[in-house]
Ligand binder design. Structure first.
Ligand SMILES: [Mg+2]
Length: 282
């Protein structure tokens, strides 16, 4: 994959994957919070997540937080089969598919504009096909870089589509909570919040030297370019890092043309409210 001039990288990520497969296969689970895995939580539906249930949490704690949840044992063969079916849809969408895990991938659709249509339309169709053929909800983020496409899908979850137009990258990125950046775990987040730095924009305004003195040189040098959307694909793979460095450019400011809608071609603000404060995605 390469960093193309338009927003043509898709990050496609199934929503609460294991829990969604269980709900798809058992109608009794619909409309109820679902937890997969009894001893340790492997996955939770969004209703359970909203009550604080998280992957890797102990089962007792999870049941305390969400006593009306239905707890089901994992069925790995069903998840593998669902994953295969979804990746088949990915590969029929574009030959340029980079799998990240069992339920997420990057798709480069930059070369398909003339043949098939604009990336936003391709993303909408992909969501529809996964829904119709595999009966699972999937969220897609679309942007110029893998980094931003992944941030976009995280913001759009669950069951959403979010396109970040190239001229709206900073307007999209800067109001988001710092935790949306790769590499900002609980420790870094706590240090930043201690200094009243809550948003990506506040990180960007801090400057690299101040950030390094606050977080140390590793984290400081990692976060500074991310907050400015430079070296945007750092953290995924070495090749992406090299390409991102080459492609780093100065983005436009304050053009709020990013949108959050199922049919978005850029230019019109769509459903934006509350997105940045949404529950932790999976
Ligand atoms: Mg997922």
């Amino acid at each position: 994959m390469y960093v193309s001039p338009g927003a043509s990288i898709l990050h496609a990520d199934l929503d609460a994957f294991y829990a969604s497969v269980e709900r798809r296969d058992d109608p009794r689970l619909r409309g109820r919070p679902v937890i997969v895995g009894g001893g340790v939580v492997l996955a939770a539906s969004y209703e359970a997540k909203a009550r604080g249930v998280r992957s890797a949490m102990g089962g007792q704690q999870a049941r305390r937080l969400c006593p009306d949840a239905i707890v089901v044992p994992p069925r790995m063969s069903a998840y593998t089969a669902a994953s295969r079916a979804v990746f088949e849809v990915f590969r029929q969408t574009t030959p340029l598919v980079e799998g990240i895990s069992i339920d997420e991938a990057f798709l480069d659709v930059g070369g398909l504009r003339r043949l098939v249509g604009p990336p936003a339309d391709i993303a909408a169709r992909l969501r529809r096909e996964v829904r119709e053929r595999v009966h699972l909800p999937i969220t897609v983020g679309v942007a110029r870089t893998k980094f931003l496409a992944k941030v976009a899908s995280g913001v759009a979850k669950p069951d959403g589509l979010l396109v970040v137009a190239p001229d709206a990258e900073m307007a999209f990125l800067h109001p988001l909570p710092v935790e949306r950046l790769w590499g900002v775990g609980p420790v870094t987040s706590a240090k930043l919040r201690e200094h009243r730095i809550r948003t990506v924009g506040e990180v960007a305004r801090l400057g690299e030297a101040a950030l390094v003195s606050l977080l140390g040189s590793g984290a400081g040098r990692h976060l500074h370019p991310l907050a400015h959307h430079r070296q945007g694909d750092r953290g995924h793979d070495a090749a992406a890092r090299r390409r991102a460095r080459v492609a780093a450019g100065g983005p436009a400011r304050d053009r709020r043309s990013w949108c959050h809608a199922d049919r978005c071609v850029g230019g019109q603000p769509g459903r934006q409210s509350g997105a940045a404060g949404a529950a932790v995605p999976q």
